[in-house]
Design a protein around this ligand. Structure first.
Ligand code: NDP
Ligand SMILES: O=C(O)C1=N[C@H](C(=O)O)C[C@H](O)C1
Length: 269
């Protein structure tokens, strides 16, 4: 069995810690490096302290040194940090699994350009459940293309900084594509005041933030006399971390290209 040498960016974050645990429990993976931003109070500490079991890997802000020891970087941080890591990985020829959300269209273009040189899995939600839900949405949207209003509702913890969630936006893209609509033309992000009647082709987004909600998403198809709701609820970040490790295994042997979890899970038609 080959051992994959994994670097984790944002290792003290909510996802970073969950990833440290997941890598630690994976016999086919080895934690090669744990990165944090310059000035982080966790620098120079054993990364294992973050999950309660020492591992001999010291948290560092030296991206170049970390990539020198790693086959791939798993990055769940912030768009500006991820873009810096993309530039370094491109330079060093290191593959990436990117779970960060909230990128600008221009940053997404840069990711695409980098994937001509390195292999990247980029997905706003790495859980198997959400990715199966995306397939269900495609089927539902096609079958309910007339007479059903589509609204996407997402709820997350109080610390989340981007809205709507990357997953909600992806759900919107999938539904819009299935219906031949351009999401940028039909999306309605929140409503207030005298809004007027709803446009028939609108795809609405509503955001809830509070407490420790891990991640809930519902797509509602509201018709006359009935409504269909397709929901996914995450109860633990372990589901995202496990998906990220599947993505890392998928990248082994791939030299370049931009992939998502539909590719990793074999769901792409
Ligand atoms: N694709 C998926 O399946 C999932 C995606 N996500 C996404 O992952 C991202 C992270 O989420 P979460 O773990 O909850 O967030 P956290 O805020 O808990 O973690 C972010 C980590 O990134 C670090 N960081 C911030 N800025 C920089 C920088 N400039 N350079 C290096 N490191 C930096 C933070 O350090 P510090 O705290 O010191 O600033 C922190 O350790 C979000 O975009 C979220 O939407 C989350 C869950 C699942
Ligand atoms: O920030 C989070 O926590 C999450 N972010 C992702 C998103 O924006 O869709 C995925 C998941 O829902 C958790």
């Amino acid at each position: 069995m080959t051992t994959l040498n994994i670097a984790i960016a944002g290792s003290s974050g909510r996802m970073g810690r969950t990833l440290l645990e997941a890598v630690e429990q994976s016999p086919d993976m080895r934690l090669a490096a744990a990165l944090e931003r310059p000035g982080s109070p966790y620098l120079e500490k054993d990364a294992g302290e973050l999950i309660g079991a020492l591992c001999g890997v010291v948290v560092s802000d030296d991206v170049t040194a970390a990539l020198g020891k790693s086959d791939m970087l798993i990055d769940f941080t912030r768009p500006e940090a991820t873009m810096m890591h993309v530039a370094s990985c491109r330079e060093k020829g290191v593959k990436m699994v990117i779970g960060t959300t909230g990128f600008s269209p221009q940053q997404e273009e840069e990711l695409k350009a980098a994937s001509k040189e390195i292999a990247i899995v980029f997905a706003p939600n790495m859980s198997v459940g959400v990715n199966v839900t995306l397939k269900l949405l495609e089927v539902a949207a096609k079958a309910l293309s007339e007479g059903y209003d589509i609204e996407i509702i997402e709820a997350h913890h109080r610390h989340k900084i981007d809205a709507p969630s990357g997953t909600a936006l992806q759900m919107g893209r999938v539904v819009a594509q299935a219906l031949g609509r351009d999401l940028s033309e039909v999306a309605v992000y929140g409503r207030e005041g005298i809004t007027g009647e709803r446009a028939a082709d609108a795809i609405g987004f509503a955001t809830v933030r509070g407490g420790d909600i891990v991640g809930d998403h519902t797509v509602m198809f509201a018709g006359t006399g009935e409504r269909i709701e397709i929901s996914h609820r995450a109860s633990s970040r372990a589901t995202f971390a496990e998906g990220a490790l599947r993505a890392a295994r998928f990248l082994e042997g791939r030299q370049s290209g931009l992939f998502d979890m539909q590719d990793v899970l074999g769901l792409r038609e």
